[in-house]
Design a protein around this ligand. Structure first.
Ligand code: BF8
Length: 629
C-alpha cells in the first residue's frame, strides 16, 4: 500500500495525530494491528450481532430466524429469541462483573497480606481512609494498630464475596430511597461471587426462561460489581497506595523516552505495577541502567493500570486499549509488563517485530511466548525488581534507527477522587449543588469505558465530552473514555474555555478542567459514591439526580456490567456501540423503556455521539424538571 493510502487509512482509524503516525507505520511495515484483524473479520456474523445465536450446549449451536421468514423461531431446547438474547447478555455481563470483582478480591488479599506482615514492599498509606471504611463496617479502631484494623476490614470484605453474610456493606452508602428501590425491584445483591454464580446458573439450559427476570438479575449482578467488587478495589487501592489528589502529568504516545529504558505497565490491577514504581528507586537498578547505556528508567501506563498510576502518582500515560500495539510499534519499549484484562493475546507477535519483551505476571493470564514473572503479594517487590532488571538488560538490544517516538505529549491535570473534589468544594457538595440548582451547571455526566476498532479511536468519547461541556454539563470520566479526552486537551483548566458560560465560570473559579478524570474502570465506584453523597445531601435518591452516563466506544464485557450498574443505580446511560440485543424486540424494549419502572432509568443505544449527547441532555433536563429546578 502506498504511503499516502496508509496515511488516509490511519486518519480513519484514530483521532489523535500521534496515534495516526504509528498506525501509518504499522500499515507501511506490515505490522498487524487490531484494525487489520477487524477488517479480516468483516462482514461479522449477523446472528451473533443480534444476539440470536445460542452456543451454550451440545444440542446446539442454534440460531433464530431474525426475519421470522419460515426459519426456526426456537432453538432445539425450545428457547426463543427473547430468552436466547437475554441469556447471552447475562453471560457476557456476568463475565465482566466477575473480572472486575475478582480484581477487587486480589487487592483486598494484598491488604490482608500486608496487615498480617506477609507481603513484600506494601504499606498502609492512607490510614484516614482505612479508618473511615472500618467505621462503616462497625470495626473498632480505638488504640488498635492500622494493621489490626486493616486485617478486620479485609476479612469482612472477603466474607462479602460468598454467602456468609448475605449483604454487601457498601450498598448502604446509597441513599435510603435508592436502597428501597433496589429492594422493591428484588435486585439488592446478596454477595459478590454469589450473584455471578447465580447468573451462570440461570443461563444453563432449563433454568431461567423469563427474559425480564434475567435482565433484572443482570441488574443485581452488576450492582454487586459496582457497589461491591469494584468499590472494594478502589477503597483498598486507596488504603494501600493513597487516595488521589489533583496532580499534573502528560498523555499520548509522546511520553516515551528516546534515551531511557521504557517500561509500559498495562492491564488493570495496580498491585504489581505499584511495586515496579518502588523497584525503579533501587540505586543498583538505576546504576545498571546507566551501565547498559541508558539515561535512566521511564515508566509509562496503558489502559486502566495506567489510569491508576496516573491518578495516584502522575505516571505519564501512553494511551487507551487500542494503543497497546502502537506503543510497541514505536520500537522503544524494553518491557511491556501486563497484569490482566484488555490485553491482546497477539501482543507477543507484535513484540517480535522489535526487541520488546512481553512480561506476563498473573497466573490467570499467561501468553505463549511471553516471559513469565509470577506476581505474589509475599514476593511482589522482589519480582518487580527482577522485571525492571530484565527490561534494563534488554536496552542494548534496542535498534535506535528503528525508533519512532512522536512529539508533543499532552499536559493533563488528573487525580479527582471523590474526596479531593469534595475538599476542593470546601468540604461539602453545597457549592456544586447550588451551581446545579441555579442552572449554571445543568447536571453531571459520566463518560466511561472503552475504545473499539469499530469506532474511529477516541472520536465517540471526545465528541460526547465536548458536546456535554458546551451544554454546561460537568463531565466525570474514567477508563479509556477519560484517556481520549485527556489526549484531546480537555483535562487542563484552560479547557474551561470550551465549556458553556455557566460551567466555564465554575471551572475558572475552582481552577479545574471541565472534564474530571476520576480513574480506571473499577474507579467508577468513585462516581457512584459522589452521586450517593450528593443525593444524600439533597435528601433524594440517586435516581432523582440530573445525571447521565455514556460509553461511546464500548467493547468489553466489563463495560456491559458498568452500563447496567449505572442504569440500575438510576442513571440514564447510552452505549455508542450496539449491544447484542436487537434480535429480541421484547428485550430491547425492556432495556430501553421498561427498566425505568424498576430503577428509574434506562439503557439505550446511539452510535452518533452528538445524538447521544442530545439524549443525555434530555435525560438531565427531565430529572431537573422532576426536581423542580
Ligand atoms: O477497564 S475502558 S478498554 S482498559 S474495559 Fe478495557 Fe474498556 Fe479500556 Fe480498562 Ni475498562
Amino acid at each position: 500500500m502506498s504511503s499516502i493510502n496508509a496515511k488516509m487509512k490511519a486518519e480513519k482509524r484514530a483521532m489523535d495525530e500521534n496515534d495516526q503516525k504509528l498506525i501509518q507505520r504499522t500499515i507501511d511495515e506490515g505490522i498487524e494491528t487490531v484494525w487489520d484483524r477487524l477488517e479480516k473479520q468483516l462482514p461479522q456474523c449477523g446472528y451473533g450481532s443480534l444476539g440470536i445465536c445460542c452456543n451454550r450446549c451440545l444440542m446446539g449451536p442454534c440460531r433464530i430466524d431474525p426475519f421470522e421468514d419460515g426459519g426456526p423461531t426456537k432453538g432445539v431446547c425450545g428457547a426463543g429469541a427473547d430468552l436466547i438474547v437475554a441469556r447471552n447478555y447475562m453471560a457476557d455481563l456476568a463475565c465482566g462483573a466477575a473480572a472486575h470483582s475478582d480484581h477487587g478480591r486480589e487487592v483486598v488479599e494484598v491488604l490482608l497480606a500486608t496487615a498480617e506482615g506477609k507481603s513484600d514492599g506494601y504499606k498502609i498509606k492512607d490510614t484516614e481512609k482505612l479508618n473511615s471504611v472500618a467505621k462503616e463496617y462497625g470495626i473498632e479502631i480505638k488504640e488498635r494498630s492500622s494493621e489490626d484494623v486493616a486485617k478486620d476490614v479485609a476479612i469482612r470484605m472477603l466474607e462479602e464475596f460468598g454467602t456468609l453474610k448475605n449483604s454487601i456493606q457498601f450498598m448502604k452508602r446509597a441513599p435510603e430511597k435508592t436502597q428501597k428501590m433496589w429492594n422493591e425491584a428484588g435486585i439488592m445483591p446478596r454477595g459478590i461471587d454469589r450473584e455471578v454464580v447465580d447468573a451462570m446458573h440461570r443461563v444453563h439450559m432449563g433454568v431461567g426462561a423469563d427474559y425480564k427476570n434475567i435482565i433484572l438479575h443482570c441488574s443485581r449482578t452488576s450492582l454487586s460489581d459496582g457497589w461491591g467488587g469494584s468499590m472494594m478495589a478502589t477503597e483498598c487501592g486507596d488504603i494501600l497506595f493513597g487516595t488521589p489528589k489533583p496532580i499534573e502529568s502528560t498523555m499520548n504516545l509522546a511520553v516515551l523516552s528516546k534515551d531511557k529504558v521504557n517500561i509500559t505497565l498495562h492491564g488493570h490491577n495496580p498491585v504489581l505495577a505499584e511495586m515496579v514504581l518502588e523497584a525503579v528507586k533501587d540505586p543498583d537498578l538505576k546504576k545498571l541502567a546507566i551501565e547498559r547505556g541508558a539515561k535512566g528508567i521511564n515508566l509509562i501506563g496503558i489502559c486502566c493500570t495506567g489510569n491508576e498510576l496516573l491518578m495516584r502518582h502522575g505516571i505519564p500515560l501512553a494511551g487507551p486499549m487500542l494503543d497497546q500495539e502502537l506503543v510497541i510499534a514505536t520500537g522503544a519499549i524494553e518491557a511491556d509488563v501486563v497484569d490482566y484484562q484488555c490485553v491482546f493475546p497477539s501482543i507477543v507477535s507484535t513484540a517480535k517485530c522489535f526487541h520488546t519483551k512481553i512480561i506476563t505476571t498473573s497466573e490467570k493470564m499467561k501468553i505463549p511466548g511471553a516471559v513469565y514473572q509470577e506476581f505474589k503479594p509475599e514476593s511482589a517487590l522482589t519480582t518487580a525488581k527482577e522485571i525492571v532488571r530484565i527490561a534494563i538488560e534488554n536496552y542494548p538490544n534496542r535498534n535506535h534507527e528503528r525508533v519512532r517516538i512522536p512529539e508533543k505529549p499532552m499536559r493533563v491535570v488528573v487525580g479527582f477522587s471523590e474526596e479531593s473534589i469534595k475538599k476542593m468544594l470546601g468540604g461539602s457538595y453545597k457549592p456544586l449543588i447550588d451551581a446545579i440548582v441555579s442552572g449554571k451547571i445543568r447536571g453531571a455526566a459520566a463518560v466511561v469505558g472503552c475504545t473499539n476498532p469499530k469506532v474511529k479511536q477516541d472520536y465517540g468519547n471526545i465528541t460526547v465530552e465536548k458536546e456535554l461541556i458546551k451544554r454546561n454539563i460537568l463531565v466525570l470520566a474514567t477508563g479509556c473514555g477519560a484517556i481520549g479526552g485527556g489526549k484531546a486537551g480537555l483535562m487542563v483548566p484552560e479547557a474551561a474555555e470550551l465549556a458553556g458560560d455557566g460551567l466555564k465560570s465554575v471551572c475558572k473559579a475552582l481552577g479545574i478542567p471541565p472534564l474530571l478524570h476520576m480513574g480506571s474502570c473499577v474507579e467508577n465506584a468513585r462516581i457512584l459514591v459522589m452521586a450517593a453523597n450528593i443525593a444524600k445531601e439533597l435528601g433524594v435518591g440517586i435516581e432523582d439526580l440530573p445525571l447521565a452516563g455514556a460509553s461511546p466506544e464500548l467493547y468489553s464485557e466489563k463495560g456491559f456490567s458498568i452500563a447496567q450498574y449505572f442504569v440500575s443505580s438510576g442513571i440514564f446511560t447510552v452505549s455508542g456501540v450496539p449491544l447484542k440485543i436487537f434480535g429480541s424486540q421484547n428485550v430491547t424494549d425492556f432495556m430501553t423503556n421498561k427498566l425505568e419502572d424498576y430503577v428509574g432509568a434506562t439503557l439505550t443505544i446511539e452510535p452518533d455521539p452528538i445524538k447521544a449527547a442530545d439524549l443525555m441532555e434530555a435525560a438531565i433536563e427531565k430529572k431537573r424538571k422532576k426536581l423542580g429546578i
